[in-house]
Design a protein around this ligand. Structure first.
Ligand SMILES: C[S@@+](CC[C@H](N)C(=O)[O-])C[C@H]1O[C@@H](n2cnc3c(N)ncnc32)[C@H](O)[C@@H]1O
Length: 286
């Protein structure tokens, strides 16, 4: 639960003061500054080379950022998959969404946790951060920040909601993001991944999705070949549960820390950081 003191909030009469009070409380308790951004964040090559058209251009944003378009891209499954994520959160919780999503996903998530909850939305692309702030800026319990999902801000969070991010990043990044997200969850919390998955052998959309992956989404096919819990160093400290949807084309994977392992937060980050720094840039993971 996110411990913003509701009684104290009610004492703030002016909406602006109230908003600032909440933002300051959040900053004090999570380490996330309300409108701050990590100045060391740069656009990674894979995003520039592969996804410029979708996430770095204003035209892409104008075309894709509509609930109906996202619904069509997900073959009519947007509501179902959003619901699958929302059932994992409770009112009052602190939630990290480590990459922006077109359409109204974040608004639904923000509504589900309520105004005593806290939603931190991050993205590595400044255009996406600006766009998300435009859509969410009126919600004082939501923060939008420029940040790499492999180095998430603040925490620990009750829930990390990772929606269709992993299929868009190269393999080395998948390892780092999985570890980073596992390391910012509370001991009783969870990390929820919703993403592509290998469909059943005779799935009618399998050939078309293969073509889409081969031409537009070169890092997505890996999720047809391996399980999300096979990425990273920290996965063995978590219990994993997988559910598939729409003939197996989509998956929801929930990771919960094993109580006895105590590898969350700072300790988890330490384990992952020391493992990655000892590897250097050898490309071992690719
Ligand atoms: C979550 S996915 C989009 C999901 C879905 N396809 C949609 O329609 O919105 C895409 C977002 O991930 C962001 N992204 C890619 N790599 C990232 C990283 N390493 N850290 C944070 N955000 C990242 C992109 O900038 C983009 O806004």
């Amino acid at each position: 639960m996110y411990p913003v003191k509701a009684a104290a909030v009610h004492q703030q009469n002016q909406p602006k003061e109230k908003e600032r009070f909440i933002a300051e409380s959040v900053a004090a308790e999570t380490g996330v500054l309300p409108f701050a951004s990590d100045s060391s964040v740069g656009i990674p090559d894979y995003l520039r080379d592969v996804y410029h058209w979708a996430y770095l251009s204003s035209l892409g944003r104008a075309v894709f950022d509509h609930p109906l378009v996202v619904h069509a891209i997900l073959w009519g499954n947007m509501h179902r998959l959003t619901r699958a994520m929302v059932t994992e959160v409770k009112p009052g919780q602190s939630v990290l969404q480590p990459a922006c999503v077109y359409g109204n996903f974040s608004l639904v998530l923000a509504k589900a946790i309520g105004t005593v909850g806290r939603l931190v939305v991050t993205d590595i692309a400044p255009l996406q951060v600006t766009n998300a702030r435009r859509k969410l800026g009126h919600l004082s319990h939501v923060t939008v920040q420029l940040s790499d999902a492999a180095r998430p801000p603040g925490g620990p969070y009750d829930v990390v909601a990772c929606f269709f991010l992993l299929h868009e990043v190269p393999e080395d990044y998948k390892h780092r993001i999985v570890d980073a997200l596992l390391s910012v969850v509370t001991p009783g919390g969870k990390v929820v991944f919703i993403d592509y998955h290998q469909p059943w052998p005779l799935h009618p959309l399998k050939p078309l999705m293969s073509l889409v992956f081969n031409t537009l989404e070169p890092f997505a096919g890996a999720l047809w070949q391996r399980e999300i819990n096979s990425y990273g160093f920290l996965t063995k400290h978590f219990s994993w549960h997988k559910e598939t949807f729409f003939g197996g084309l989509y998956q929801k994977v929930v990771a919960q820390p094993r109580a006895e392992d105590g590898c969350c937060s700072a300790h988890g980050r330490q384990i992952a950081d020391s493992a990655y720094s000892s590897m250097g840039d050898s490309g071992y993971w690719s």
